[in-house]
Design a binder for this molecule. Sequence first.
Ligand code: OAD
Length: 249
Amino acid sequence: MLKTQEKMLMNLYDTFMTAKRLVVMTGAGVSAESGIATFRGDQDSYWSRFDPYQLASAEGFIEAPQRVWDWYQWRRSQVGAAQPNAAHYGLAELAQSVPLFLITQNVDGLHHRAGSQQVCELHGRLMMNRCFNPSCGYREDAIDFSAPLITCPRCQSAYLRPDVVWFGESLSASSIQQSEAATTECDVFVSIGTSAQVYPAAGFAQIAAASGAQLIEINPEATALTSQVDWVIAEPAGKVFEGLRSLLK
Ligand code: OAD
């Protein structure tokens, strides 16, 4: 058993070290071992406890801005108290040794906090606010997790909202372009901790495969992507990177 685990880690290490261009895409599962809930899955996941329409759509915000604001302030306090885990740190360390383009669907900022310099944050940033009026463009750091819901200090015409992408909203064109370009050019694509159900992120693996890249998935559960990848590592990401970090040193 130990031998199998060691062999897997050595193979993964070799694959990473010999990659010419590595793309890693992470989802909520990479932060699970930091104590942050995932969106789908068990009874603790966000969308099994809360209605995504009410909390993660512009319509839900217009209907009840205070409800949405309170939920995001609660999430901010949870993320603020959490620490990056071995997977976040391991990815930051890996980027010192190989050309790595890191894409995340997570808004928690834990990759940055672990030291990753360049992270393509497809779904925005939890720890920032922006004006609900898109033509205003005001943005600020969200520092006080008990601050009340306020109108925008610049335009005074709309509430501030979290700087995240909600259902029905578009991702930034530049983040999609950068991710697609990196994915088209990579020779190894690694999907970590995502159920691969939300597009366009879920489609990047197919783009990589079409360009001839090797696909690897690190996820203890089967996903929409599992049957399409070359190598499934059905383990928690933190555990895998804990082992990998000892080889990276
Ligand atoms: P999901 O909650 O859909 O999926 C989380 C995945 O993480 C599942 O496949 C789990 O099996 C896996 N997982 C759990 N623990 C893990 C661990 N320790 N190591 C590795 N994997 C683990 O999360 P996402 O796919 O990220 O969108 O969700 C995509 C988007 O849907 C989110 O960005 C969010 C949500 O609605 C927005 O907020 C816009």
